[in-house]
Write a protein that binds this ligand. Structure first.
Ligand code: PBG
Length: 305
């Protein structure tokens, strides 16, 4: 009766990795229990997600071919576009979030266009708008730009509106830190940068006030939901964002956070279920309305709708 925070199934968004090919369902090293699925295998997985009562997934595509600008990312029949359609065919009212970025699709592994040794912010924007519109056309319900270029929310909002998707919400990875917690994801999505790092566009882990400025800019440019990423080491940022902004706040419980729990539990050092529930409850208590988490499927059965 007096519990202040209640975790619900509807709070959770389940990430899925989709690759080309057939019959593929391969374990991701560093993320035990998480897999890369080809489209035919994705079907079974999504049915399980639906059966356990989850209402939302976020899709990451892993293309067969990469190039310097990541053109596979906006192909009408690209891997993630077909994955969006596949999920929608299984269940129309499952909420499909499309991650908009270029790093899985570029040879160099950066989230934008590279000129010399650095990422060129402004010329990346046009490409990102193409990705967003292609995912909208495929049927995505929410567009989630994760690239962290300046001005991308405004550019994407304009492009979506012009393409007839004025009603489609944007969930901005607004405060995305240059974090070491993304390690296992980069292996999963084959998106590690080939040179340098992402510190010219992702945020300095030391900065909280800057995160609030980044989030405010995204909101001004038209974001509907603001995301903080990672979650656990940034609960203060989640709490500050909750105080400051009157829009839904999302938090990404990222791959490294998942890996740490798996490793400790596998060694018998921590009680897996208890740690997961404590972690997710803490993220919600800090102020997140939505949590993107690889634990979603595992805990859903025990949560109220
Ligand atoms: C793509 C992207 C990343 C994650 C989500 N979208 C990786 C990165 O920025 O390097 C990380 C998610 C996770 O670690 O679970 N830009």
């Amino acid at each position: 009766m007096v519990r202040e925070t209640q975790l619900l199934k509807q709070d959770l968004i389940y990430p899925l990795f989709v690759c080309e090919g057939e019959g593929i369902q391969e374990e991701i090293s560093g993320m035990p229990g998480q897999k890369r699925f080809s489209l035919d295998r994705l079907v079974e997985e999504v049915k399980q997600v639906v059966d356990c009562g989850l209402g939302s997934v976020i899709l990451f595509g892993i293309p067969e071919k990469k190039d310097s600008v990541g053109s596979e990312a906006w192909r009408e029949d690209g891997i993630v576009q077909r994955a969006i359609q596949t999920v929608k065919e299984i269940k129309r009212d499952i909420c499909v979030v499309g991650d908009v970025c270029l790093c899985q699709y570029t040879e160099h592994g950066h989230c934008g266009v590279v000129q010399g040794e650095s990422v060129d912010n402004d010329s990346s924007l046009e490409l990102l708008t193409r990705v967003a519109v292609s995912q909208a056309k495929a049927g995505a319900d929410i567009i989630a730009p994760s690239d962290m270029m300046d001005g991308r929310i405004g550019a994407i909002r304009q492009a979506l509106d012009a393409a007839g998707f004025a009603q489609l919400p944007i969930m901005a990875y607004g405060a995305k830190y240059a974090s070491a917690f993304y390690g296992p994801f980069r292996e999963a999505a084959q998106s590690a940068p080939k040179f340098g790092d992402r510190r010219s566009y992702q945020m300095d882990v030391a900065n909280r006030r800057e995160a609030l400025r980044e989030l405010a800019l995204d909101l001004e440019e038209g974001a509907d939901i603001l995301m903080i990423k990672p979650a656990l080491a940034y609960l203060d940022v989640i709490a500050a964002a909750r105080e400051r902004f009157d829009v839904p706040i999302a938090a990404y419980n990222v791959s490294g956070e998942y890996a740490m729990v798996c490793a400790a539990a596998a060694n018998g050092w921590l009680d897996r279920r208890a740690i997961i529930m404590e972690t997710l409850t803490a993220i919600k208590r800090a102020g997140a309305d939505l949590i993107l988490t690889y634990f979603a499927k595992e805990v859903a059965a025990d949560l109220p709708q």
